[in-house]
Design a protein. Structure first.
Length: 118
């Protein structure tokens, strides 16, 4: 079973997967001058950092196309829930530096980006 599905389609398992949980707080949240934190959390959103190591150009294209819509549904292992969950995400700017480009051996060193819950 694939680690990730995007819009119901399995994608190549990432080489690195880092799960993050971000609090969304009201604009009045923050520290007062006595350093006391006053926080009103209104939501929690997931951010997942993804990296694939040494993909060839076909794999790179498939990965980037899978996450190219403005918003997309992803099923992934959620650390807090302890099970797979499906949520809607958008993608940060992807980075894909070239490793080598010899004929027939075209490789990127990595493909990486974050997906952030809508």
């Amino acid at each position: 079973m694939a680690m990730l599905t995007v819009n119901g389609i399995a994608v190549k398992d990432p080489s690195a997967f880092s799960w993050n949980l971000n609090d969304v707080s009201t604009s009045s949240s923050g520290r007062t001058q006595d350093a006391t934190m006053h926080k009103t959390r209104v939501a929690q959103k997931r951010k997942i950092s993804l990296t694939w190591w040494n993909p060839d150009k076909k794999e790179t294209s498939a990965i980037l196309k899978a996450f190219n819509d403005v918003n997309f549904s992803v099923t992934y292992p959620d650390a807090l829930a302890g099970t797979d969950e499906t949520r809607t995400f958008y993608r940060s700017d992807p980075v894909a530096p070239v490793r080598s480009w010899a004929v027939g051996k075209e490789r990127y060193s990595t493909v990486s980006f974050d997906i952030i819950e809508v």
